[in-house]
Every structure is written in structure tokens, then in C-alpha cells.
Design a protein around this ligand. Structure first.
Ligand SMILES: C[S@@+](CC[C@H](N)C(=O)[O-])C[C@H]1O[C@@H](n2cnc3c(N)ncnc32)[C@H](O)[C@@H]1O
Length: 196
């Protein structure tokens, strides 16, 4: 966990609702999928300001984030069956096999060490549990040049513009169940994996 990223999100917390307006349409699909699952223990890593929290209507939810200012906004909502904690997804303080579902929404390209995030997610997930990864994924076409050229700027905004999930070793621990393309050019996707 980088102190710089924490400090960036602490400062950025009041502006995040503007970013969220653009992300909202793709998140609809995420919640359609999640709310159709049987009841379970759900962990959202990088829960941010908690706009997702009232949208989970089936599960017992824990949301974690490293930014205390993001969490301060999240905690203003008093929701039943929802807990919000300050913790890093790269170092989860939960026992193995705790959760049925894990949501990683626009966080895998923000954490310092995405390998560690996936390893920790694998550890705390129950066997046959599912991970929902919503993010941009750099495709193998001309768009990768754009992601490449954005690398410099993306550092300023504490995310990785160039991101190919299959380059991560830890993803091989999971089995891909479903890939849902969201929006134009399939740049944003919802990938659903299971711990087989
Ligand atoms: C782009 S925001 C995404 C917020 C929300 N999940 C969404 O989809 O709108 C990324 C969030 O990840 C958090 N974050 C960054 N590194 C983290 C880490 N190592 N563990 C947990 N949260 C982290 C940031 O503080 C920020 O709130």
C-alpha cells in the first residue's frame, strides 16, 4: 500500500462522486449479477465512498478501503448488514475461507501490488467462491497504444492505464467463469472468476 495513493484518495474523496457519474452505467451490470446470487458473505475491496453499499440487497457486506476520508463518507450511510473498515486489500486481516464473494471494482489498477491483491483475495475466498473484477482492461488492438501513452498521466492519478490481467501470475489460481463486455470497444469489462 503506497502512502501516496492513500493521500491522493484522501484529497480526492470529495471529487469522486463526479468520476462515479461516468462509471455508473457499467456498474448496473455488476449489481444485476451480484444481487442474483444466493445469500453470502461479501467483501468489497476499495469500497471508496461507499456509493455501492446501498445497492447490495442480498448479502452481508464488509467494505474496506485504505483512505480514511473515503471511508468517512461511506460511514455516513447507516446500513443494516454492512460494515466498513480501514484495511489494505494487499494485507487482509481476515482468516482464510471467510467470504463467498469478493468485489474488486476499479481497484485492481489502483493498488500498488495487484498480484498481492489477488493472492489475498484467493486466500480469504471460500472454495467455489467468486470474484467480480470490474475494470478497464487494455486490449490487444490499437487501444493499447492509447493506454501506453497515458501511462505518464495515469501515475499522477494513481492508477495503471496499461493493464492486462493475464500478465498477473496470481490470476491463474482462479478459473474464469464469465466475461461481460461493458460499453463501447469492450474496454471495460466485468470478469467473474471462481476459486475452483
Ligand atoms: C477508483 S476508486 C474505486 C472506488 C469504488 N470501488 C468504485 O468502483 O467506484 C479506488 C479505491 O481504492 C482504494 N484503494 C487503493 N489502494 C487500496 C488498497 N491497497 N486496499 C484497499 N483499498 C485501496 C482507494 O482509496 C479508492 O477508494
Amino acid at each position: 500500500m503506497s502512502k501516496n495513493t492513500v493521500s491522493f484518495y484522501n484529497k480526492f474523496s470529495f471529487l469522486y462522486p463526479i468520476v462515479d457519474v461516468f462509471l455508473k452505467p457499467q456498474k448496473r451490470k455488476l449489481f444485476q449479477e451480484i444481487n442474483n446470487l444466493p445469500f453470502g458473505q461479501l467483501l468489497e475491496i476499495g469500497v471508496g465512498n461507499g456509493t455501492h453499499l446501498p445497492l447490495y440487497n442480498t448479502h452481508k457486506v464488509i467494505g474496506i478501503d485504505t483512505s480514511k476520508n473515503m471511508l468517512k463518507i461511506a460511514r455516513k450511510q447507516k446500513l443494516k448488514d454492512v460494515k466498513v473498515l480501514q484495511m489494505s486489500g494487499e494485507n487482509l486481516l481476515f482468516k482464510e475461507h471467510t467470504f463467498d464473494y469478493i468485489v474488486l471494482s476499479h481497484v485492481i489498477t489502483v493498488v500498488d501490488n495487484p498480484e498481492k491483491l489477488l493472492e489475498e483475495s484467493f486466500r480469504v475466498l471460500k472454495p467455489k467462491g467468486k470474484v467480480y473484477i470490474l475494470n478497464h482492461f487494455t486490449p490487444n488492438n490499437w487501444l493499447r497504444h492509447i493506454d501506453n501513452s497515458f501511462q505518464f498521466i495515469s501515475k499522477t492519478f494513481h492508477y495503471k492505464s496499461l493493464f492486462q490481467i493475464n500478465n498477473l501470475t496470481a490470476i491463474n489460481k482462479f478459473k474464469l467463469l464469465k466475461e461481460i463486455s461493458l460499453g463501447k470497444l469492450s474496454y471495460f469489462k466485468l470478469l467473474i472468476y471462481t476459486k475452483a
